[in-house]
Design a protein around this ligand. Sequence first.
Ligand SMILES: [Zn+2]
Length: 263
Amino acid sequence: MKYNPFDQEIASWQGIREMPWTPPFKMNVYLYILDGLLIDTGPSTLSNESIRFFNQNLINQVVLTHVHEDHSGMAAWLQKELNVPVYLHEDSIAEAAVEPEFAGYRLEIWGRRRAFSAQPIPERLETEKYRFQVIDTPGHYKHHKAFLESEQGWLFAGDLLVNIKPKSVFFEENMSEMINSLEKIASLDFDTVFCSHTGISKNGKQLCQQKLEYLLDLRAKVQDLRQQGLEDREIDNRLFPERDMIGVITNREFSSHYIVSTI
Ligand SMILES: [Zn+2]
């Protein structure tokens, strides 16, 4: 368990998914409960461990940063067993109501995401002690929210800051939207970031700034090469010459091409 400096106020949970593939795959998942509010639910493949965490803590509402199965995989279970509201981006509610079909690698890593019936995130997302500003932060996914507790300086960032210098992204990601979201976030008042895959970071502003600078620099390079008459495919090869191992595992659902084409 990673050190949680907010032990008194925030219960955090860490799960690990490791796949013995070539190359091996490993990813952490972090969940947070504050004052009865669970932020994201984790995937169904980690249910044995996450259910223990859910049972050890009081949960009276659940909010999701986005509908991806590693964030929403236990939403149906929580809804059924605890009978609590599950809040989600208003434009993902219809998607959540249907169990999706996934590529095999996603099923193996994260498992099924059962259908659940979500409600729109209230304008005032709050618990007895905390109040959250709900911020639209598309980029990783078109319907992604972050939650800011400005009095505490906490930002629950979902997948916004998972990868500070991405070299390969999912086909649904959009780097122009990501840049806009990071610019929006950079202007907010917070210091600590709670990330869904890398845990708690005290220097959240700095991470945000680093990712923003990386992407702005990439954008300038892409624009420059386009002006020289290069096609996106050639730009991709020039900026990302190394073999993309995540692309191999995911059958090209991840690719550096999606960085170039959306930036
Ligand atoms: Zn995601």
